[in-house]
Structures are given as structure tokens and as C-alpha cells.
Design a protein around this ligand. Structure first.
Ligand code: BTN
Length: 367
């Protein structure tokens, strides 16, 4: 499917909510940017060139000591900044922390990530935080990101391994005008967006396993946890939580997932910029959400099917109270799995854990 990319105007000077202390605020071009952000913008404008402390102090109308203090804070945030008595400051490398200003820089969306980004060095679960913000009225497109989750949650009450700085742990608030029983469609939509972003940024062979696992070579690289709050028969809000293993080394995986999980780093042997991947995910998610809202679920489903190798496969699916084995005939227009059981009966399944089988009864390792 060819999807046209929008080109909304991009400005690093956009205002938004944040959990970070940003220091004093000052006005620039009618919008508000903290002094530290202004300093960073000047360093980035320098593009590998030394910028004198005197110039920076004058530009921002602060003392050279204040400049130095902000430089120290930026270094603590992971920016590699060289300093020299004679030459001033040189930005060698931007931070790979999932900081609000880094996410926003070059983010090609209209709404997602543009209506408040809540950043946490550590939190229990970004989904928990997002639900709280949503219940307090946070608008659609509000984003929660964390460097680390202490109680990252997966489907079916499982834990989501969320070590600091290695993965992307993010949740977004949506307020779609759909009925609650359509919510599973949003999970499939998010898995397509994650897959598209990984495909666009890496040369890895990405597939999707119903309903929401994103895999490389049969190992799970990302998962999605969608949670909804309803009022009568309408949705109040949806939180889509996404976890992507980016720079996780194999040795840090807990033993229960060491044979089934992977990361971009494990697949390529190279560290990968999490910020760029997060931006790509937000951009693809907004594209597919727009398609879903304006053209319906069918085009999203079409792309999901082309990314998933599941149709025609023999699987077993764990439905908590029982396990069904059979052949996948289709994933229908609502995102339900259509399974022909071994006894020939056809069942429509809303959710479960799928294991792909080579042939009846024998496991493959691609699950
Ligand atoms: C799964 O495959 O079981 C779903 C995993 C979802 C993990 C993400 S990480 C960000 C968000 N916060 C959570 O606590 N869970 C989701």
C-alpha cells in the first residue's frame, strides 16, 4: 500500500506539557521556550562548530555562569558537549534520552506528540500514567514516555521487561468516536504502525503475529497493550501502550524470554537511535489513525494481513479456559481470528495467545 506522507510545518519552538524541570521561560516568536532549550537550539545551529560562552550569554541575556549551569544540566541529560576556555562549547552528540524536545524535533505529525508529552525517567507503567492523565481530561494525542518501567505490563497480566534506556516504553491517549467493541481494531492498527516504523528504519524482516506481537525471525521485538475506558456504549478514552526492545543486549534478557524475545541491537549488532524510531512510530500511527477515521478499518486490515503470515497457517490458540488448534482461514473485518478447528467447526476468536505450528501438533519456534 502506498501512503502519502503529510508535511505539517515543523517548529522546535512548540509549547507543550512536560514532567521535566525546564527552568525559566522566555518568549521567542510568540511561543515559549525554556532558556535551556534555547541554549540547545543555539548549539545545534552551530552544527559541529564551537559557540562561544559570551555569544550564548548575550543571545539569551543571562550570565556566563548561568550558561555553564545549563550546559551541566544538558550533559546530565545525555548530551555530549565539549567545553574549552578559549573556544566555548561544542555539541558533539545529542541525547538519546526520550526527552520532549528531542521527540518534537522534526516530528512530522499534526496531533500525536504535539499536545503534551509527559516524560519520566522512571515510572510504574506508562499505561497507568496515561490512564490517569486521560481521566483528568488530557486530549487525544497526549503522549507518555519513560526510560524505565518498574511495573511494565503486558497482555494477560504478564510483566513487560522495561530496563532503563534500552527500550521504548510509550503510551498514547486516543478519543475515537467508535463503539467499545471496535477497540481491538486499534490494537491491530498500532501493530501495523510499529511494524511500518521498524521496516522504514531498519532492513529487518518484520512480521506481525495476531493480534499484536511484532516479530523478527519469529522472536518478539514489540508488544502492544490497549486499554479502554467506556461510558455507557461509547468510548471515553483509549490508551495504546507500546513496548519496543531497541538496544537490549541478549545478556540482559531475563531467562523466561531469552529464547522468544529479540531487539534491534540483537538483530543488527549496532545500537539504534530510540528517538528516531519513536518519531517514526508516532508518524505512522497518526497516518493509520487518519486512514481508520476517514476510510474505515479495511485498508488498515489489508496492510495488517500483508505483514502477517498467519492466514493459512496451522496454529494453536490459548483462550485461557481452553486451547483451540486449527487452520487460520482469515482475520475478519473486525480483527477477529477465523479458525477452522480440527473437528471442522469454525470459530471467531477475539483474543488469545497464538503458537504457530508446522503441521498439526508440532511446534515451530516462531511464536
Ligand atoms: C504484550 O505484548 O504483552 C504487550 C506489551 C506492552 C508493553 C507496553 S510498554 C509501554 C506500555 N506500558 C505498559 O505497562 N505496557 C505497555
Amino acid at each position: 500500500m502506498k501512503i502519502a506522507r503529510k508535511n505539517p510545518p515543523i517548529s522546535p519552538f512548540t509549547k507543550g506539557g512536560t514532567e521535566q524541570g525546564q527552568g525559566n521561560l522566555s518568549a521567542m516568536s510568540g511561543v515559549i521556550v525554556s532558556t535551556k532549550q534555547q541554549l540547545l537550539i543555539h548549539l545545534k545551529e552551530g552544527k559541529g562548530i564551537w559557540v562561544s560562552g559570551e555569544f550564548l550569554a548575550r543571545k539569551m541575556a543571562i550570565s556566563r555562569t548561568a550558561v555553564w549551569k545549563h550546559i551541566r544540566t544538558l550533559r546530565e541529560e545525555g548530551y555530549v558537549i565539549e567545553s574549552s576556555q578559549k573556544k566555548g562549547y561544542l555539541l558533539r552528540q545529542s541525547s538519546d534520552l526520550l526527552l520532549e524536545n528531542e521527540i518534537r524535533e522534526g516530528l512530522n505529525t499534526s496531533v500525536f506528540g504535539k499536545r503534551g508529552i509527559h516524560y519520566f525517567r522512571q515510572t510504574d507503567s506508562t499505561n497507568n500514567r496515561a490512564k490517569l492523565f486521560a481521566s483528568e481530561g488530557a486530549p487525544e494525542g497526549t503522549l507518555v514516555v519513560a526510560e524505565e518501567q518498574t511495573r511494565g505490563r503486558g497482555r494477560r497480566g504478564r510483566q513487560w521487561f522495561s530496563p532503563p534506556g534500552e527500550g521504548i516504553y510509550t503510551s498514547i491517549i486516543l478519543r475515537p468516536s467508535i463503539s467499545p467493541n471496535e477497540a481491538p481494531k486499534l490494537t491491530l492498527m498500532a501493530s501495523v504502525a510499529v511494524a511500518e516504523s521498524l521496516l522504514a528504519m531498519t532492513s529487518l524482516a518484520i512480521t506481525i503475529k495476531w493480534p499484536n506481537d511484532v516479530l523478527i525471525n519469529g522472536r518478539k521485538i514489540a508488544g502492544i497493550l490497549t486499554e479502554i475506558s467506556t461510558e455507557m456504549d461509547r468510548i471515553d478514552y483509549v490508551v495504546i501502550g507500546v513496548g519496543i526492545n531497541v538496544n537490549t543486549p541478549r545478556k540482559s534478557l531475563p531467562s523466561d524470554i531469552e529464547d522468544t524475545a529479540t531487539s534491534v541491537f540483537m538483530e543488527t549488532g549496532k545500537p539504534f537511535p530510540r528517538i528516531a524510531l519513536l518519531r517514526a512510530y508516532l508518524e505512522w500511527l497518526e497516518i493509520y489513525y487518519e486512514i481508520f477515521r476517514t476510510k474505515g478499518f479495511e485498508p488498515v486490515m489489508k496492510r495488517w494481513k500483508s505483514l502477517s503470515g498467519i492466514i493459512g497457517r496451522h496454529i494453536s490458540v490459548d483462550l485461557i479456559d481452553r486451547v483451540r488448534t486449527g487452520e487460520v482461514l482469515d482475520v475478519d473485518k473486525d480483527g477477529f481470528l477465523i479458525l477452522r478447528g480440527q473437528d471442522g467447526t469454525i470459530e471467531r476468536i477475539i483474543s488469545g495467545d497464538v503458537t504457530l505450528l508446522h503441521k498439526r501438533g508440532s511446534n515451530t519456534n516462531d511464536n
